[in-house]
Design a protein around this ligand. Structure first.
Ligand code: GLC
Length: 491
């Protein structure tokens, strides 16, 4: 039995700002329990709901040296859905209204978290064989393990896997400040290690010091080795090609199951989706005050409201798309003010055709997936994307830009071969997006059988997390068989 510890800055059901939380929080459930004991460790933020915090029980505490500070580290635990979660407690660092604040606070917060995780291991009676870290916030874990903790007996033969969910966020801050905070040797703050473009860079550290690096789709794994997708670290990624793997995300098939979903008014499956979706759509149109029009194509958007997600294209085309009343939008998400207010503006202008909710609501999200005919994701870049996978499951046809995981998971409709699972366009261009939506609209309105066959093909896809958990398991096995060199020899 191998022990795996997921180190993450967010995980469902405790705290979530994006897709990272869905993966880090749910994936451990899907490993083969006979071969792996996977547990999760994350910060005990004060913004975790009271109800969730009440379930945590105190395990132990100690004091940690961080720079010139001596800091309290509490360790708590909770079991949820059969999975053990550990929490690092410190009210100085984790008291904010949200997990992330300013970058200069966050670099210290996550240096503390990373070091605390390493020193917490002997206290929790769970010595991991594999430490699986996620995103920039945990990039220092492999760095510490392979430097300051390298010779300590407890940490021998511990392998590190580092998963990049988004290359754009790197944890960059001033060299000297980070040197002071982390207590790492000066020799690490060079281009060979933590330095990039005159700053220290946690993501780069995580990449270089891990035994294997993964990202959440094969196309994104390729894109980050190119100038266009590498966010400045494409050279580093090219140098790490031999230990870089693309493992596509899955979704939690227990949570997202239209047959058993209690958050939607009418349950359905592949045998009665047309009827089920029609009823859900009507109910949602009524609930949100949209025109109750079955023939109008309802397009869902559930997303973080950020530039990455391609909403600049939507902004540009909204008037043109809504002008003749043949389609409707239902939008849910929070994020940058610019996009939140853009959707609110259009909802005010076309109240019967678009509804925009700037909040986070599981309830509404599930209803949108179940009720929509199509789902729009015109992302600038998309490491994997989860919404298109949820859409498949609920018989909703994705309309996506061909980038990263969207390219890997959505097969473009081909009207001659009667194949495909969605609609896609190649360039980040508003007109291309509009033409693709209009093409989908035409199939939706005038070729119903073709549309329904596409829904069925989508519903038959298997993107359950079992598939990705198996791939991670295979990667861990390879590490143990020493199929590729350990990074520690380089430094
Ligand atoms: C990030 C990416 C998204 C990915 C998710 C989970 O949020 O932007 O594409 O699906 O992480 O890996």
């Amino acid at each position: 039995m191998k022990k795996v510890l997921f180190v993450t800055s967010e995980a469902v059901p405790f705290v979530k700002t994006g897709g990272l939380a869905d993966i880090a929080g749910a994936l451990p459930k899907y490993y083969d329990k006979k071969k792996f004991d996977v547990r999760i460790i994350l910060p005990r933020y004060l913004c975790i709901s009271e109800k969730m915090r009440e379930q945590m029980k105190f395990e132990s505490h100690f004091y940690l040296d961080l720079g010139w500070r001596k800091q309290y580290v509490g360790i708590l635990s909770a079991v949820y859905d059969g999975i053990t979660y550990y929490f690092i407690d410190n009210e100085f660092y984790f008291a904010g209204m949200s997990p992330y604040n300013n970058i200069y606070e966050d670099v210290e917060k996550f240096a503390f978290f990373s070091k605390a995780v390493i020193e917490a291991m002997p206290y929790i009676d769970f010595r991991p064989d594999i430490v699986h870290c996620h995103d920039w916030q945990t990039g220092l874990v492999p760095v510490y393990l392979n430097t300051l903790y390298k010779d300590k007996a407890f940490y021998q033969n511990m392998y590190t896997v580092y998963t990049i969910h988004n290359m754009k966020f790197q944890g960059r801050w001033k060299l000297k400040a980070v040197r002071d905070i982390t207590g790492l040797p000066e020799s690490l703050f060079t281009p060979k290690a933590l330095e990039a473009y005159g700053e220290s860079n946690y993501l780069k550290g995580g990449i270089l010091f891990s035994d294997a690096v993964t990202t959440v789709s094969e196309t994104y794994a390729y894109e980050i080795t190119t100038e266009g997708g590498g966010e400045g670290l494409d050279g580093v990624m090219c140098g790490c090609r031999d230990k870089l793997f693309g493992i596509v995300n899955g979704i939690d098939y227990d949570e997202y199951n239209p047959k058993t979903d209690k958050l939607i008014p009418y349950q359905f499956d592949i045998s009665d989706f047309a009827e089920g979706k029609r009823k859900n759509k009507q109910a949602l149109q009524r609930e949100l005050g949209l025109a109750e029009d079955a023939g109008s194509m309802l397009i869902g958007i559930v997303s973080r409201m950020t530039e990455q997600k391609g909403f600049a294209l939507v902004e540009y085309m909204m008037d043109s798309l809504l002008s003749d009343g043949r389609m409707q939008f239902v939008v849910l998400g929070t994020g940058e003010e610019r996009y939140e207010s853009m959707f609110r503006y259009f909802a005010g202008k076309y109240p019967k055709l678009i509804s925009a909710s700037n909040c986070y609501s599981d309830d509404l999200a599930h209803k949108i997936y179940a009720s929509s005919d199509a789902f729009l994701m015109p992302s600038q870049f998309e490491p994997c994307g989860l919404s298109q996978l949820i859409s498949f499951r609920y018989g909703t046809v994705p309309i996506v830009r061909e980038t990263g995981g969207l390219k890997d998971t959505v097969i473009a409709y081909n009207e001659y071969e009667h194949s495909g699972t969605g609609f896609s366009f190649a360039n980040y261009n508003a007109h291309e997006m509009r033409d693709t939506i209009l093409y989908a609209l035409n199939v939706f309105r005038n070729h119903k059988e073709e549309w329904n066959n596409m829904v069925v093909r989508g519903m038959k896809q298997d993107y359950s997390m079992y598939v990705s958990a198996d791939k991670y398991a295979e990667l861990y096995d390879r590490l143990y068989q020493h199929n590729f060199d350990r990074i520690t020899t380089v430094f």
